[in-house]
Design a protein around this ligand. Structure first.
Ligand code: AMP
Length: 213
């Protein structure tokens, strides 16, 4: 089973993706994280990727396709794949379809986690991560036990560089202009599951499981 999970920033894609990966033993492609890991390498490619991310723009399709093909070489098509945050524009959706066809595979379901722009902004303002162990928190929806300190190692939590109000505005605009047409594309293909993302993690997870069967 190959699944895509899409939705606006902070709609809970990563959280639901983790649950599905564990439940079905899927192979996991988290495009945003792969790109951030490449930025950490601080080489030429990393610098180029950072320049897109830090302006709130989508990374160029050329780089994304390169990342995709590297990932697909290692992917296990028997297990099935969960694509998180990919594809984010129609060109990427087209390439993905072609690459899967080569493997005689297809996308079975696209989960669209819907939240309002207001809710997206509310959640984004609370997002923190631990710079020591990488654990994610949200002061609004998943706070640490004490202040802004990591429960696991006591490190002071940090904010992602691309989560300043100005960059968030740009990222939301990219979502509206480039990713919403992708969602329409899968809706027309009849494989879109639209889920109200403004409910509890468990309620959303159960609805997804019910649909996947
Ligand atoms: P995310 O953590 O999923 O919100 O992704 C963070 C940033 O990585 C985005 O704002 C984009 O700059 C970049 N990014 C993630 N996925 C893609 C994609 N499929 N295509 C282009 N850029 C992406």
């Amino acid at each position: 089973m190959n699944i895509i999970i899409l939705g606006p920033q902070a709609s809970g894609k990563g959280t639901q993706a983790d649950l599905l990966v564990k439940k079905y033993g899927l192979f996991y492609l988290e495009m945003g994280q792969i790109l951030r890991d490449l930025v950490e390498k601080k080489d030429k490619l990393g610098e180029k990727i950072a320049s897109f991310i830090n302006q709130g723009h989508l990374v160029s399709n050329e780089i994304i396709m390169e990342v995709l093909s590297r990932f697909l070489i290692t992917a296990n098509f028997q297990k099935g794949i969960l694509f998180d945050g990919f594809p984010r524009n129609l060109a990427q959706a087209g390439v993905l379809q072609k690459e899967l066809e080569k493997q005689k595979a297809k996308i079975d379901k696209v989960i669209f986690l819907q939240i309002s722009t207001k809710e997206s902004l509310r959640r984004l303002s609370g997002r923190r991560h631990c710079p020591c162990c990488g654990r994610d928190y949200n002061l609004v929806t998943m706070p640490p036990k004490k202040g802004e300190i990591c429960d696991d190692d006591g490190c002071q939590l940090a904010t992602r560089e691309d989560e300043t109000p100005e960059i968030i505005k740009q990222r939301l605009s990219a979502y509206h202009q480039e990713t919403l047409p992708v969602i329409d594309f899968y809706r027309q293909a009849g494989i879109l599951l639209e889920v109200d993302g403004e409910r509890s993690i468990e309620a959303i997870h159960q609805e997804i499981l019910k649909d996947l069967g």
